[in-house]
Every structure is written in structure tokens, then in C-alpha cells.
Write a protein that binds this ligand. Sequence first.
Ligand code: HEC
Length: 160
Amino acid sequence: MKCTSGFVLQSIALTALLSLALVSSWASAHSGATGIVKERMDAMKDMSDQMKVMGDMIKGKQAFDVQAFIDGSAIVAKHSPEIPGLFPKGSGGHQSEALAKLWNEWERFEVKAKRTAEEADKLSELSKSGADQNALRKQFVMLGKSCKSCHKDYRKKKKQ
Ligand code: HEC
């Protein structure tokens, strides 16, 4: 009897452990990324978190708060000029979703990073200058397009 309940307990513990492992690998698909790849994923994630906050305000899901645009555009403006430096040659493959052709089209890749920085700077200036929501929305869309323009060419499509 003692022996059986011990076994049951053990298998419950094992099941719990396994499902925990499954959940955590599902929550972070890139948990295996390390070094510079992890660093650029974190920078990209940082930017997309800000884009989400601003996007929700633009869609009316959250109350509009100009400070979120001032802070959010500053974070994107800070990270986007760092993008080329986060993609050293040979850092593709493994966990990375970067397409190898980006290193063959390096100047074009750099231009796309620069454009994102410029659009973020514009959004930053507008939000500090007291521009109306419509102007902020238009510039936010421009910024979002600049992210997409690089992903379209240089990031693997999501599997699904
Ligand atoms: C100059 C090109 C370029 C620009 C501009 C760019 N990205 Fe990316 N982004 C990439 C590439 C390439 C990857 C794939 C990186 C990898 O997996 O190694 C990526 C990955 C990501 C990811 C996934 C990160 C992860 O955890 O795997 C997110 C989120 C993201 N970008 C958001 C953004 C947002 C938001 C912007 C605009 C504010 C932006 N990116 C601008 C090239 C770019």
C-alpha cells in the first residue's frame, strides 16, 4: 500500500513537472537563443512591447496617454539604430529567424534600420510638440510600416 501511494505521488509530480516544462517552452519559443541572437530578440521585443501599448491606444482599446507615445517612441528610437550592430556576420541559423540574404544585402538592411530610427524620431517630436491624436496615429502607422518592411524581406515567415 505504502509503495503504491509513493508511486502515484511520484508520477503526479512528474506529470506536473513535464507540463510545466511544456508551458514554459511554449511561452518563450526562443528560450534556447543565446548571446547576440538573444540580445537582438530582446531589443526587438522591447520595441514591439512599446508598439503594442501605443497601438492599443490608437485602436481605442486603452485610454489615450501622450506620455506613452513620448516614452514608446524614445525606446524605439534608441534601439533601431542599434539593429545593424546586433547582426554580426555569421549570426544566423539555429534559433534565429534572420534570413541569410540580409548579409548579402547589408546596405539595404542598414537603410531599413535607419528609416525606422527616423520614423521613431518623428513620432517622438510629434508627441512632444502636442500634436493631435490623428497626427500621432499617422506617424505611428509609418513607423509600423518601417518594421514590417524589414521583416518582410529579412525575417523568416512564421510557421503555421
Ligand atoms: C532592419 C531590419 C529590421 C527592422 C527595422 C526591425 N526588425 Fe524586428 N526583426 C528583424 C529580424 C531580421 C528579426 C529576426 C531576428 C532573429 O531571429 O535573429 C526580427 C525579429 C523581431 C521580433 C521577434 C523577436 C524574437 O523574440 O524572436 C520582433 C517582436 C520584432 N522583430 C519587432 C520589431 C519591431 C516592433 C520593429 C519596429 C519598431 C522592428 N522589429 C524593426 C529585422 C528588423
